[in-house]
Design a protein around this ligand. Structure first.
Ligand SMILES: O=C(O)[C@H](O)COP(=O)(O)O
Length: 228
């Protein structure tokens, strides 16, 4: 048996401003810091002890992981950061106000961009100012793999190799794992491990800073799931 905990970062400064964020690297809001600390206290009260931690290369998730581990006296736990756990890249929507975008393109279109499985947002090109191609944290990536925008399908496809090579490997070895990431990268992994349909995933949401605790058997079948 092993425990897997998914935790979406605490509220970010752009969540507070209702801006599309994606790969933009924004900080936690004050509320987001408190959410992350509260999550750590819940994990401590639940007596959940981790052997390995994983997070993205974005500040809001990294800090959420660190606050949660600190509050549960586990800041020493080994951690690995990967771009493959980054939030879904929102393309040219990044930095745009979600309500203004809905006013301009319609609520239905924005809902499809936010929650559908295979509809891409408007894309950024590599020479756009906001392109991740100019960010040195992605310098080792093949430029062709740096997205100009992603849907959940693409997000899942780039997360799965990391899941299989690292997270699932640890879980099969009986290690307890925490993954601090993002609303859509965790929706993607949730879809994968719970075998949720392309249609039903539209209704799946991840609350900020709320630990989702899975008990898994050696075959990574889910034997229990609880939200703290
Ligand atoms: O990237 C973002 O804007 C948020 O982290 C998630 O936004 P969403 O809930 O609109 O997908």
């Amino acid at each position: 048996m092993a425990k897997l905990v998914f935790i979406r970062h605490g509220q970010s400064e752009w969540n507070l401003k209702n801006l599309f964020t994606g790969w933009e690297d924004v900080n936690l809001s004050e509320q987001g810091v408190e959410e992350a600390k509260a999550a750590g206290r819940k994990l401590k009260e639940a007596g959940i002890e981790f052997d390995q931690a994983y997070t993205s290369v974005l500040t809001r998730a990294i800090k959420t992981l660190h606050f949660a581990l600190e509050e549960s006296d586990q800041l020493w736990v080994p951690e690995v950061k990967s771009w493959r756990l980054n939030e879904r890249h929102y393309g040219a929507l990044q930095g745009m106000d979600k309500k203004e975008t809905a006013d301009k393109y319609g609520e239905d279109q924005v809902h499809i961009w936010r929650r559908s499985y295979d509809t891409l947002p408007p894309l950024l090109s590599a020479d756009d100012e906001g392109s991740a191609a100019n960010d040195r944290r992605y310098a080792d990536l093949d430029p062709r793999t740096i997205p100009g925008g992603e849907n959940l399908k693409v997000t899942l496809e780039r997360a799965i190799p990391f899941w299989e090579d690292h997270i699932a490997k640890d879980l099969r070895a009986g290690k307890n794992v925490i993954v601090a990431a993002h609303g859509n990268s965790l929706r993607a992994l949730t879809k994968y491990i719970e075998n949720i349909s392309d249609e039903d995933i539209m209704d799946v949401e991840m609350a900020t800073g709320q630990p989702v605790v899975y008990d898994l058997d050696r075959d990574l079948q889910i034997t229990n799931k609880v939200k703290l």
